[in-house]
Design a binder for this molecule. Structure first.
Ligand SMILES: Nc1ncnc2c1ncn2[C@@H]1O[C@H](COP(=O)(O)OP(=O)(O)O)[C@@H](O)[C@H]1O
Ligand SMILES: [Mg+2]
Length: 360
């Protein structure tokens, strides 16, 4: 196995009495697009700044490329950071901004010129070299900030919510460009975001953080399909929860009594984070179906529609199940011939045991 580019072991960070990071253990692989995802205030920026060398940890160790970063200042680390408020120099041209770090390193003029041109090209700002930075749009400024970081050829690029200041359309465009750029340069990217959709669409792997701790590290598909706790399941995408009580286990199966659904036998592997402490069942809205006409399903339950949200391609139904106070959500693709139900309608909700997760 190749060694990870970044290895964090037992990292703690205190600000006075307040613990911002708690026992962070994490390996990030070379060439990975890795994201730190979690709600505001959970410690993402603190962790990123610790990797960059802008924060000193209170305990634990950080290795980059096998080297201990103990006592290594930020400017001597093989990392570079793109900040949330991409602080570029407004009075300088695009080319001057991009050249800034290279000039500080006193590289030969011809090399600077070539590398600046390459970096400007990479971020799609050809022809903007002489443009004053204050005369750029938000998206273009973000590209300048990226070029300025990439031109230094860091081993790791650290990005702290780099797209949060952009509007939705531009943000989505920059997301795919950033992904393309990362593949092209092959540099390890560590992205901080509180936007789960952004993390899912861009990352090879994601660390989900709450309250200074890492809750789960996995690929987008595993995080969404097999979240290890209820907290992760609720943070990533939509998830319905039903109360569950473990009765007995036998072999590879577990007997559970589930709210509204009754007594069931589930494979143990559907307890994605282990059986200990499991007290709810999670099921994604798209794993449920509103059955029409003679349509059947492995299992079905009678429900009543309490809310209808029509999105054109999809309809989200809130439905009330017997023996459960809060409604659950069922999402349906609006295919040809499928009629949209109205509030108050009776609905047969189809489900299968294989789409239920046992969570703690
Ligand atoms: N310099 C600091 N002094 C004291 N507390 C801080 C400092 N920086 C961050 N914090 C606290 O640490 C926690 C994590 O902050 P941060 O890493 O910025 O979270 P995130 O980036 O996930 O929103 C927050 O509660 C924040 O208030
Ligand atoms: Mg932050």
């Amino acid at each position: 196995m190749t060694q990870p580019i970044i290895r964090l072991s037992g990292l703690d960070k205190f600000y006075g009495d307040f613990q911002a990071l708690s026992q962070i253990n994490l390996d990030i692989k070379t060439g990975e697009f890795f994201s730190l995802l979690g709600p505001s205030g959970c410690g993402k920026t603190t962790l990123l700044r610790s990797i960059a060398g802008f924060e000193t940890s209170s305990a634990g160790s950080l290795h980059i490329d096998g080297q201990s970063m103990d006592g290594v200042p930020a400017n001597k680390r093989p990392t570079n950071m793109v900040f949330q408020s991409y602080a570029i120099f407004p009075h300088m041209s695009v080319a001057e901004n991009v050249a800034y770090g290279l000039k500080a390193r006193k590289l030969p003029k011809v090399e600077i010129k070539a590398r600046v041109a390459e970096a400007i090209d990479m971020v799609g700002l050809q022809g903007f070299d002489e443009r004053a930075s204050h005369a750029l749009s938000g998206g273009q400024r973000q590209r300048v900030a990226l070029a300025r970081a990439l031109v230094l050829k860091p081993r790791v690029l650290l990005l702290d919510e780099p797209l949060s200041a952009l509007d939705k359309k531009l943000r989505e465009q920059m997301q795919s460009e950033l992904r393309r750029l990362q593949r092209a340069v092959g540099i390890t990217f560590v992205l901080v975001t509180h936007d789960q959709e952004e993390a899912l669409t861009m990352s090879d792997r994601i660390a989900v953080m709450f309250d200074g701790k890492i809750e789960q590290v996995a690929s987008p598909q595993i995080l969404y399909g097999k979240p290890s706790t209820r907290k992760v399941a609720a943070f990533i995408g939509m998830m319905n929860f039903l109360d569950a009580k473990i009765m007995t286990t036998s072999g590879d199966n577990v007997e559970v009594e589930v709210q509204s659904l009754g007594k069931l036998t589930l494979p143990l592997k559907q307890a994605t984070g282990g059986l200990d402490g499991c007290n709810s069942v999670g099921v994604r809205p798209e794993m449920l179906t509103i059955l029409m006409g003679s349509q059947t399903s492995e299992r079905e339950i009678e429900a009543e529609v309490t809310e209808v949200s029509y999105y054109g391609d999809m309809t989200y139904y809130d439905v009330k199940l017997p023996a459960k106070e809060d409604p659950i959500t069922v999402s349906m693709r609006n295919t040809a011939g499928r009629k949209v139900l109205e509030v108050g309608a009776k609905a047969r909700v189809g489900w299968s045991t294989s789409s239920l997760l046992l969570l703690k």
